[in-house]
Design a binder for this molecule. Structure first.
Ligand code: PAF
Length: 286
């Protein structure tokens, strides 16, 4: 497995694969890989001849007071995981390789990015859309794999691909959880022992909401309020948001019908964690 740091080096490799008629899958990541990322890579390996994992902590998706400098990084550990999962190549550029000093072009979206995480992270999705577009142009994959834990990101990328006519199929992959239910995240490493225990409140509270829906509750406000009330029982938890939204438009819904997403962001101490579940009451696969 190769680790490639420049676009100039990467492009001929991809062109070579294309000449041989090989298909290419892309798994975009910010590194510090865990079992959740591994599940994306394993799926990509099973569906493509070649798999590129991008490993790049993208500065443009971090706000001024966010954790860009402290975001965990370990390329050697990432390389071991990628190799074990069967990836063909890691693309690991420096920020200067991805952004010229006078870069002034960004990809932005009017809808889908204003609510949920976009409320407290107003420039985040512009950074995500920009870097993912760049990766799509550089790697030119047939398929690209994203985790459903970042449900808003997945919906935003699906919309961007549709609106910008990228000839790429987006594959959403299920959330991978620790045994006790905590959704896997590179940011879980920020949690101390007490916070790690407190973080379980996200999944527990969402499960409570999910069970209400399974039992027939269709009032979105009642489900939302029950989740909020349960999260508030945890003294270390500070809610950023709990929302029940349409899974495609991400607009809040009053009544639970069709495809919905129930998503939350909660600060546990200083660490902001996200989690969600979705329900397709009409059984439409997306
Ligand atoms: O989900 C992530 O890790 C990042 O937002 C992504 C998609 C790799 C873009 O930097």
């Amino acid at each position: 497995m190769q680790i490639v740091k420049t676009i100039e080096e990467l492009r001929p490799i991809i062109k070579g694969w294309r000449k041989e008629g090989l298909s290419v899958g892309l798994v975009p990541t910010m590194g510090y890989l865990h079992e959740g990322h591994k599940s994306l890579i394993v799926k990509a390996v099973s569906e493509n001849d070649k798999v590129v994992v991008s490993d790049f902590v993208n500065p443009t998706q971090f706000g001024a007071n966010e954790d860009l400098s402290s975001y965990p990084r370990d390329i050697d550990r990432d390389a071991t995981l990628c190799e074990a999962a069967g990836a063909s190549l890691i693309f690991h550029p420096e920020p200067e390789e991805m952004y010229a000093p006078d870069n002034c072009t960004f990809v932005d979206m009017n809808k889908l990015t204003k609510g949920l995480c976009g409320k407290t992270r107003p420039s985040h999705f512009s950074g995500v859309c920009t870097v993912v577009s760049k990766l799509f142009h550089i790697v030119t994959p047939d398929l690209a794999y994203f985790g459903e834990k970042d449900a808003q990101q997945l919906a935003v990328i699906r919309r961007m691909v549709r609106d910008m006519n990228f000839d790429i199929k987006i594959v959403g992959c299920p959330i991978v959880r620790e045994e006790d239910g905590l959704a896997m995240s590179s940011r879980n490493t920020y949690l101390n022992q007490e916070e790690r225990q407190a973080a379980l409140i996200l999944h527990k509270s969402l499960t409570l909401g999910e069970n209400m829906i399974k039992a027939g509750e269709r009032d979105a406000i009642k489900v939302k309020n029950a989740i909020i009330k349960n999260i508030q029982t945890e003294p270390l938890a500070q809610i950023d948001y709990v929302e029940v939204v349409d899974a495609e438009t991400l607009e809040p819904v009053e009544s639970i019908e069709n495809s919905i997403l129930v998503a939350t962001a909660v600060y546990i101490g200083k660490t902001r964690l996200i989690d969600n579940f979705s329900k397709d009451l009409e059984g439409n696969g997306r």
